[in-house]
Ligand binder design. Structure first.
Ligand code: PEP
Ligand code: MG
Length: 563
């Protein structure tokens, strides 16, 4: 048995034969053209065909993995329209009177070399994107269907690298796993594999020491039996009988676990002693709604509306926002949808906001501070929300609150808008209004804040960041970050208690809500709702249904909050 290590990008176990996927780039020859203008026209026509093909890939990807991840292919369209890229190619055709294929291949190679030489992982992803788009143009120029692999049986696909277009063209039913020599966990192919739920490993190259032999060595694996363990990041080639048997058992156990989770669909998140704690979903991109419905969430506990602003290059209009909010509410039916108002700033930047560079952006102009600084922008969103509120069970939530004063300022604006809508004869909903508790200031004064709003939702991501002075973007601080620090847990407990004393409800929508090791504690604290990423909904429901809170309440609280 030979073992290769890589980085896992999607957990799960696959057992089957290896299929070595070879790239389809035709060799490109250079020749002189007599009429450069005609050659440029030929190039432009090919661009049109490549664009049509990429639209087809987008549709295919949207169908397979949802619109959010299919957006990779809309990014490709941007490359196809990138002026600098196109002008460089046309410039080369005209300047040297060469054929379009040669111009595309050489300009693309320049871009790829430039992006690959940069340290930044995101920029390296761009190299893959440009190469992929250029391949599509070359294919369109030659009118050949390209190197689409035809898989005869379910296989483990091993490749030097897989571009998103190549990944999406593979028959999903016949792909047991993806393994690539290059790539990183954040590469687009890795994202696609994860969305497809296929066990996948990337970056084998960094663990193989034989240098130039790397790919040649892997090519010889074609047809061999192998196991991919996406949980530990290992590819085992020609494993012995005992290993196969063991891995098969693991695989069966995982499949049983998945079946158990699926059996949770349609059930309520009720504890053994009868408390119903709805498990809702966090939505932060276009595909989120689909995943929310697929995972049977009992509502949307956090709709990060900023994605509507960040995916555009100018402010979304009132009507655009209204239509999206209305659509989400209608799709969710009688389930509550909590839409959080714009939370930009810090790590979420949009150029057109023209936010100045700050020395401490996480503690700068972000969240509600941006909205209160630009009330005209805020009012557009509030109008869209209030109007949409007439079409479902909407709750509006405000981010990054630190004081009662801010809440009162917001309420004044909301009342003003309601009056305007009334005067204009435009219907609006009677919506709940709540705030995120994600700053220590808000947690500590939650008794005062609770008198001003209809509900709280605790944002543990920021509450931990601000509570422990740990920048959530800084990987160097990993060792200092303790999600179970009693300071954070006590603030959560205190917030829930203050909410209940004032007669309002309190949920948790930060990542900590999905930590199954803390579910019993949150239930003991009396949390009223948990909102987690869609994939965590069913595991959390299953956990809640195994817990009985009453008799262990004091013991659990003591264990976590006193030690
Ligand atoms: C949080 O801070 O916990 C939260 C849910 O908000 P975001 O992650 O969007 O900042
Ligand atoms: Mg936050």
């Amino acid at each position: 048995m030979k073992i290769y290590r890589g980085k896992s990008v999607c957990a799960g176990i696959a057992i089957g034969k290896i299929y070595v996927y070879q790239k389809g780039r035709q060799s490109v020859t250079r020749y002189q053209v007599e009429n450069a203008d005609a050659e440029v026209m030929r190039f432009r026509e090919a661009l049109g065909r490549a664009e049509a093909q990429l639209s087809h890939f987008y549709e295919e990807a949207a169908h397979q993995v949802g619109e959010a991840d299919a957006a990779i292919f809309s990014g490709y369209q941007m490359i196809l329209h990138d002026r600098e890229y196109l002008e460089s190619i046309e410039g080369r055709i005209r300047g040297r009177s060469v054929n379009a294929e040669y111009a595309v291949a050489t300009i693309s190679d320049n871009y790829v070399a430039m992006f690959s030489s940069l340290e930044d992982e995101y920029m390296q992803t761009k190299a893959v994107d440009v190469r992929d788009v250029s391949e599509r143009i070359l294919e369109a120029l030659s009118d050949s269907p390209g190197g689409k692999a035809r898989l005869e049986e379910p296989v483990i696909v091993v490749a030097q690298d897989l571009a998103p277009s190549e990944t999406i063209q593979l028959d999903r039913k016949k792909v047991l796993s993806f393994v690539t020599l290059g790539g990183s966990p954040t590469s687009h192919t890795a994202i696609l594999a994860r969305s497809m739920g296929i066990p996948a490993l990337v970056g084998l190259a960094s663990h193989i020491t034989e240098g130039a032999e790397k790919w040649e060595g892997l090519k010889s694996l074609h047809g061999k039996l192998a196991v991919v363990d996406g949980n530990t990041g290992v590819l085992m080639v020609e494993p012995d009988e005992a290993t196969i048997l063991y891995m098969r058992q693991l695989q069966e156990r995982e499949q049983a676990q998945r079946a158990l989770l699926l059996s949770m669909k349609g059930k309520k998140s009720v504890t053994l002693d009868g408390r119903h704690v709805p498990v809702c979903a966090n939505v932060g991109n276009r595909g989120g709604l689909e995943q929310t419905l697929e995972n049977d969430a009992e509502g949307i506990g956090l709709f990060r509306s900023e994605y509507l602003y960040l995916e555009k290059d100018t402010y979304p209009t009132e009507q655009e926002q209204f239509e999206i909010y209305k659509m989400v509410l209608e799709k969710m039916g009688d389930r509550r949808v909590i839409i959080r108002t714009l939370d930009v700033g810090a790590d979420k930047q949009a150029d057109y906001f023209a936010l100045v560079n700050e020395e401490n952006p996480a503690m700068g102009l972000r969240g509600i501070r941006v909205s209160l600084t630009w009330p005209e922008v805020f009012k557009v969103q509030l109008r869209a929300l209030l109007r949409a509120g007439a079409f479902g069970r909407l709750a509006i939530m405000y981010p990054m609150i630190t004081s009662v004063k801010e809440v009162r300022q917001i309420h004044t604006l909301v009342e003003e808008i309601k009056r305007d809508l009334q005067t204009e004869g435009i219907p609006y909903g009677n919506v709940e209004q709540g705030i995120m508790i994600e700053t220590p200031a808000a947690a500590v004064t939650s008794d005062l804040l609770a008198k001003e709003v209809d509900f709280f939702s605790i944002g543990t991501n920021d509450l931990s960041q601000y509570g422990m002075a740990i920048d959530r973007q800084n990987p160097q601080l990993e060792d200092f970050y303790d999600p179970y620090h009693p300071a954070i847990l006590r603030m959560i407990a205190q917030t829930i208690q203050n909410a209940h004393r004032a007669g309002i409800w309190c949920g948790i929508c930060g990542e900590l809500g999905a930590d199954l090791g803390l579910t019993e504690l949150f239930l003991a604290m009396g949390v009223d709702e948990l909102s987690v990423s869609p994939v965590s909904v069913l595991p959390l429901r299953s956990k809640i249904r195994q817990i009985s809170v009453k008799e262990r309440r004091e013991e659990v609280l003591g264990k976590w909050l006193q030690e």
